[in-house]
Write a protein that binds this ligand. Sequence first.
Ligand code: HEC
Length: 171
Amino acid sequence: MKQPFYGIGQKLHLVRCSMNKTITYMVAGGCIFILLAQFVGPELPPVQKNPSEGIGFDQGEAQIKTWLRTACYDCHSMETNYPWYASVKPFSWLLGQHIRKGRAELNFTEWQSYPRRTQLRKLRDMGEELEQDNMPLKSYTLVHPQAKLSSQQRDSMIAWTELRARAVLGK
Ligand code: HEC
């Protein structure tokens, strides 16, 4: 019996077919994973629509207020603005975790309930995070480019944390 002869073209065709199959399986697997993921995992942290005064700002601090609100409040207050994809898992797992951890570390909405000592520590930590350019998180500024802070903005905010700390001490 003569062995069937596969030409190079036919061989390539076989390879391509099995690759197409692998890709199809991978895409289908991904879709099934994303579909099933919608039913598991924790809910997104809740949002307060009319929160208490929170940290509060003087008239002269309007700019700082705007910057904190655009760069920090989504993770460090109860006034989180969720984007449309926030409730889509697996994004919501990551987002929810950032917000839970962020609020636990620093929550501007609950500022008034912090003892003076805690307020001072948080102000110092804010200054450090800004100084080291750790905050806002890079994964956040990637999708919220308006939250990126220039070095001048960071300097002004650091100066503000020092002013605030002096005000807290003076109380
Ligand atoms: C995308 C969410 C997100 C944004 C936006 C964000 N943070 Fe954070 N922040 C976190 C998380 C999460 C932590 C917990 C520590 C960690 O995992 O890095 C944290 C921790 C902190 C801490 C405590 C750090 C420590 O360990 O001492 C400070 C202070 C802080 N953030 C300040 C800020 C300031 C100021 C801004 C705005 C300029 C900001 N963050 C923006 C998520 C965020």
